[in-house]
Design a protein around this ligand. Sequence first.
Ligand SMILES: Cc1cc2nc3c(=O)[nH]c(=O)nc-3n(C[C@H](O)[C@H](O)[C@H](O)COP(=O)(O)OP(=O)(O)OC[C@H]3O[C@@H](n4cnc5c(N)ncnc54)[C@H](O)[C@@H]3O)c2cc1C
Length: 461
Amino acid sequence: MFRHIILTDSMEHVVIIGNGISGVTAARYIRKLSDKKITMISAESKYFFSRTALMYVYMGHMRFKDTQPYEPSFWKKNDIDIVEGFVDSIDHEGKSLHFSDHSTMSYDKLILAVGSKPNKFGWKGEDLDGVQGLYSKQDLELLESNTKNCKTAVIVGGGLIGVELAEMLLTRNIKVQFLIREDRFWGGVLPEADSRLVERHMRKHHGLQLRFEDELEEIIGDETGRVDHIITKNGEKIDCQLVGLTAGVRPNIDFLESSAIETNRGILVNEDLTTNIEDIYAIGDCAEFRVPNGERKPIEQVWYTGRMMGETVAQTICGSHTSYSPGHWFNSAKFFDLEYQTYGWVWNTLKDDEAEFIWQNKEKELLLHFVFDKNSHVIKGVNTFGIRLRHEVFDHWLTIKASIEEVLTDLKAANFDPEFYKRYEEVIISEFNSKFGTTLNVRKRSWWKNTLNKLTHANDA
Ligand SMILES: Cc1cc2nc3c(=O)[nH]c(=O)nc-3n(C[C@H](O)[C@H](O)[C@H](O)COP(=O)(O)OP(=O)(O)OC[C@H]3O[C@@H](n4cnc5c(N)ncnc54)[C@H](O)[C@@H]3O)c2cc1C
């Protein structure tokens, strides 16, 4: 069977495998910029949905259809063809795709936007019923059925998806045992003070038990092949009816194994998102940069970078060759009710040339963690918990290489919540002064209102 797409010679056919944030962004921008024929393929769901909102469906805050930002008619209106199916292999010489139902499709340009899948490490029992990751729409459906009669769950791996899963399960009164290999929460990413705050916050949730420095040894099933209990590396037995595997994700590229497309952990790309094969590009979670951008990781598995890569590749495909240039690193997340943001670089351990200033209010669960250059005092990054900073202001400070002193005296420019600064600005500055022997004052009538205006308007333009 051939999936019939009739092409005129002048009509270039761009095929995108994957309709996640990176794939749909590429499709939307290619449509904005050209009248090329566009086909988007997915094996997961017919229409794009927000993966980051899956938890709210389980918790009953949204229906699945509310996670779909575009009406089904949007795709037809924009002349973007949608195909449901799984691509088994790619014939790059013949420029065609082979589907698991034995159909084929030809392409002129191919964008791989195939995302990630949960890590499995060959644990004994990892394929038993009741053992699962949390990534796809199908995982959500499986979770619904796996938790019907579930009283206790074990979550393996303490990252962002693990926390989401814990929060989801607790809303159904399922007790959660969280196995975390490190000696603190998200220790591979967060500095110790930050980890401890998140732990304190999470411990408030009844039914959640954090177990540090312990790992999964084996999952044991009952006679029906369903999980019954686990054994940890420390030799403990934990009875459970669900095991959530949330020890990170990896690029979903097994189907490319026999292809000529060069891969490492992900699909290897140059800075313009081209692969080693002409007319094939990779974007989003599945792309691995041959040369990482500054201190950024070679594989970026976050929402906004997928969107940026989608926009970038669309420019190139539509004739305006563009390199991926994501600017300063930032990210945000929520640990239950605790909001977290990060701008620039705050590593889990200070580097030799770095100094830090941490201000926190333990009672209110507020924390600001600044890292700056020990000699020049140029700001390198900040982590915030319970406090929201304005992206455009912090991004600006990173660009102009502002000093920690400038940042602190004008910090109210970056803050969303005026009440926060009325209450805490003097305290923050005076703690900095006593730690570093400075005599800074909060700048009362400063540049920041004008600057903020300018930055906001620049962003609007
Ligand atoms: C539960 C959860 C919560 C998250 N929360 C956040 C958050 O708060 N903030 C944030 O920045 N990031 C978050 N992320 C990460 C973010 O969702 C991902 O970085 C992003 O969705 C990746 O988008 P993508 O377009 O690269 O790939 P995906 O969204 O994974 O889309 C790829 C699509 O391609 C399909 N596909 C793959 N192979 C084939 C094939 N051979 N044939 C056909 N179709 C195929 C897949 O089925 C999938 O539908 C979260 C992720 C999860 C799982």
